[in-house]
Design a binder for this molecule. Structure first.
Ligand SMILES: [Zn+2]
Length: 287
């Protein structure tokens, strides 16, 4: 049952949400930003729980029927808009039927109705525009929590109507602590990918056992994203010490990774993007 206690390593983001809750100043449209896997969705469910739970208002008990139904996506007033179909978008019809039509009626039973948009960049422009007016002037007792890994790709009009809550990228140590066995292979693969790139074209990723021999089904998008976050950090550090060559190299490689990340996202993780091939491309294109 997600409550705020289930969100780890995000003290700042939770501080913002808790303070707003305590002072009844929670913005009606929130935009949670940050890399995949850092707790945005858990925090969004925790917030919906805190808003709806009658046992522990403002916190969520995590155990009552209301909290349970939210956790199991069965609560009529907590509605998630997720990617659909082969295109993996949130179509305009979904916005019309699940949001705009629903907003004509008051919430079924909770004090507030909460809409969660799992990845806001999955809203094509027409769907985003259809959402705009409701986002700007929602009916009473209505709240939106949009989540995204790429806030810069959202329509500026969507961004400007939301209060942004930034979720930090987790350090490797924090990821280990939070994700345990599930995240560990992703961290290892991201590290192996970067090692392969650093060692140059004579050491292709396949020779390093990238994703081999473990039988684990890796989330390629998560691996690529973690590696890109690391490269961005390297680029910033290089700029700080005045090494513009190294900064350019790291930023170039991060760019290649982000393009690969978009390809994986479009194919919903089934694009057959090989991390070994990606390592080779990085060695050639990023050098
Ligand atoms: Zn509860």
């Amino acid at each position: 049952m997600p409550t705020f206690a289930d969100v780890h390593g995000q003290g700042r983001a939770l501080g913002v949400l808790r303070a707003a809750l305590a002072h009844a100043r929670l913005h009606h449209a929130l935009l949670f930003t940050g890399p995949a896997g850092v707790g945005k969705r858990t925090a969004a469910l925790a917030l919906a729980t805190a808003l709806a739970c009658e046992i522990a208002p403002g916190q969520g008990c995590g155990a009552c029927a209301t909290c349970t139904r939210i956790a199991e996506d069965r609560h009529p007033d907590v509605i998630t808009l997720a990617r659909e179909g082969a295109a993996q978008i949130i179509p305009i019809e979904t916005v019309r039927t699940q949001v705009i039509a629903a907003c004509a009626m008051p919430p079924h039973e909770a004090r507030e109705r909460v809409f969660l948009v799992d990845e806001a960049t999955a809203l094509p422009p027409a769907a985003a525009n259809a959402l705009l007016k409701t986002l700007e002037e929602p009916p009473a007792r209505t709240r939106f929590i949009l989540m995204t890994v790429a806030p810069d790709q959202l329509l500026p009009t969507i961004r400007s109507r939301c209060q942004r809550v930034a979720f930090a990228a987790l350090s490797t140590a924090a990821r280990r602590a939070v994700g345990g066995a599930e995240v560990e292979p992703v961290v290892r693969a991201a590290q192996a990918l970067l090692d392969a790139v650093d060692r140059g074209p004579d050491h292709p990723g396949s020779a390093l056992g990238l994703g081999q021999g473990t039988g684990e089904k890796l989330d390629a998008a998560a691996v690529i994203e973690l590696a890109a976050v690391e490269l961005h950090a390297r680029a910033r550090a290089a700029v700080a010490r005045g090494d513009l060559g190294a900064a350019r190299l790291a930023a170039g490689r991060a760019g290649i990774l982000l393009a690969a990340h978009a390809a994986v996202a479009i194919h919903h993780g089934h694009g057959g993007v090989s991390l070994e091939a990606l390592a080779l491309r990085l060695q050639r294109g990023g050098a």
